[in-house]
Design a protein around this ligand. Sequence first.
Ligand SMILES: CC(C)(COP(=O)(O)OP(=O)(O)OC[C@H]1O[C@@H](n2cnc3c(N)ncnc32)[C@H](O)[C@@H]1OP(=O)(O)O)[C@@H](O)C(=O)NCCC(=O)NCCS
Length: 198
Amino acid sequence: MTPNERRQRNPRRHGNPTAPVGPDRIRIEPMSDQEFQVSRNYTIPEHAADYVRRGIWAEGVALETSREGFAQLLPQGLATRGKHFCNILDNETGRRVGEVWYSVQEKGGKVQFSIDWIRIEPQNRRQGYAAQTIRLLENEARGLGADRTWLNVWMDNLGAIALYRKLGYAASDMRMMKLLNPRPRRPPPARARKRSGI
Ligand SMILES: CC(C)(COP(=O)(O)OP(=O)(O)OC[C@H]1O[C@@H](n2cnc3c(N)ncnc32)[C@H](O)[C@@H]1OP(=O)(O)O)[C@@H](O)C(=O)NCCC(=O)NCCS
């Protein structure tokens, strides 16, 4: 491939950071059993840590709770019916840049397609890999007869929300929550108290 062809194919990596990434930039391939174990082994503790950070699970049992959740969700692991676990690969370099999990099932007389998890390795972020992967999955969903794709995102995951909005996703329903024992607000520092005469 000549440098010019390479530049046209992948303008972003050749000095034009705002150029859109070409549609053939990535492919997805099913994980091997071993890759799935590796992915599970870091996703379970990450998931547990996320729930502790948000105050939903207690630290001492979070890991076990996360393990149980995964076992329920994926009773046959990698072979669980309707669940797909894929590596995201850069077509040009063959390098793995991240991973994506998605589900396909027939429910209510229609094909339900959901993107369950996407993770781009930190060093590969903001290069269009997630956007390309989601577009590729949307094409896959269309091909399977789905008329929409679903995904979930935490309200504090602003980067992911920005990505999904940019791709045309909008909230379809809302899970609501109220803290019953909100933490008391800290008193202002002494200097501020003195100034305000408290
Ligand atoms: C969220 C995530 C998947 C995005 O992957 P990515 O490959 O960096 O995203 P892209 O490069 O395709 O982003 C496309 C656009 O989405 C928006 N976007 C993506 N990440 C963003 C961020 N952190 N902050 C603001 N906007 C962001 C931008 O508009 C971006 O376009 P730009 O780079 O031209 O500004 C990645 O940050 C990640 O793996 N995070 C950790 C796991 C996670 O939170 N997954 C989502 C679970 S719901």
